[in-house]
Design a protein. Structure first.
Length: 349
């Protein structure tokens, strides 16, 4: 079997949210897992410490580590990057050029189309979880996993009133670098949980509620809200990727504007729940048939659009020139830009 170095955010070793991908890869690769915590560890020092230095495939999951930095310390025949929509660099950022010889595999169609527009070698596949057929739960009850500071329970006051919500379960387990915000809402029965001993314990609490609030403004895949959809929950989410790539407002969930979180129409929660379960069930059947395409995407030759890459280089260089008010005759800046990966004749390596 070919060797594969799998570099991921250390947080995923706790959440297990990308284990489904590792299971797929095990069919074709001997995998070396390597965790990096970008909040507490120096990325370059961590790359230096990779136990083996030569792999058939290097797979970068979520962490947007500069491809040139990786090549400085690790040899590999094939590079693969799985970016997440919520954590991917701005599409105007020159760092994307460092992955122009990688195959990029997306679980977000929005990001996939944006990267194709940059000229990069991008592939798309949509993930679906295995559905769990459980009871419909209480229509007046909401489950909310408080993960980020900005998206806290207090912003849903108008939405809760529109849906006549009476009970809220708040799971207090924030993402790194985020803080819990105490609820200030009146006339609600609120209960709390912290980290569960098992995933099944958490699912039991979700099952009690008909409604689940997607816990982030954007998602890379969205495992938490997708699993809730797979249980037939009515998910309330911002009208952003990847949530709006799965949810049709009023049919398979509820979409809202984060800047104005309110509902402007009536929703049939029970009908949404039934539609959602059927949608995820159909999607899961499709996913099971197609998931091993990921192996093919890894093996495919990298295919970039050279003209689009050239245009992207020109645009990113112009942004930097405007930022520093420079000219191409500035020798010092020329050296800096060269180190950043720019070539003034815009050559494609």
């Amino acid at each position: 079997m070919k060797s594969l170095l799998y570099i991921r955010h250390a947080y995923h070793s706790k959440t297990k949210s990308n284990d489904f991908l590792i299971d797929i890869l095990k069919s074709s690769f001997n995998i070396t897992l390597f965790d990096i915590d970008p909040y507490t560890q120096n990325i370059e020092e961590m790359l230096k410490s990779v136990p083996a230095k030569d792999f058939d495939v290097l797979l970068l999951f979520q962490l947007p580590i500069d491809g040139n930095l990786i090549k400085k310390y690790i040899k590999f025949k094939k590079g693969v990057f799985f970016p997440m929509f919520d954590g991917a660099p701005d599409r105007k950022n020159h760092i994307w050029l460092s992955w122009k010889d990688f195959n990029i595999i997306n679980f977000s169609k929005t990001l996939h189309l944006e990267l194709l527009n940059l000229g990069l070698s991008s592939f798309y596949i949509q993930y679906f979880p295995k559905p769990i057929d459980v009871g419909l739960g209480n229509e007046k009850s909401v489950f909310f996993w408080h993960r980020i500071t900005k998206l806290n329970i207090n912003i849903f006051e108008k939405i809760f009133k529109s849906l006549s919500i009476e009970n809220v379960h708040i799971h207090k387990a924030t993402d790194p670098q985020n803080e819990f915000v105490n609820p200030t809402l009146d006339n609600l029965n609120i209960e709390y949980s912290t980290w569960y001993n098992s995933k099944n314990d958490m699912l039991k609490d979700i099952e009690k509620c008909s409604i689940y609030i997607a816990p982030r403004l954007y998602e890379g895949i969205g495992m938490s809200f997708l699993e809730a959809m797979g249980m037939g929950r009515c998910v309330i989410a911002t009208d952003t990727a990847t949530m709006n790539e799965y949810i049709v407002d009023g049919k398979t969930g509820i979409l809202y504007d984060f800047d104005n979180p309110c509902l402007n129409k009536q929703y049939d929660i029970r009908a949404i729940q039934k539609n959602t379960f059927n949608y995820i069930n159909d999607g899961y059947i499709k996913w099971e048939k197609e998931k091993y395409k990921i192996i093919n995407y890894i093996d495919y030759p990298v295919k970039i659009d050279k003209m689009k890459i050239i245009l992207f280089k020109i645009k990113t260089l112009q942004v930097i020139k405007n930022l520093f008010s420079i000219t191409n005759n500035d020798t010092r800046t020329h050296k800096i830009l060269t180190l950043m990966g720019f070539r003034f004749k815009f050559e494609i390596k």
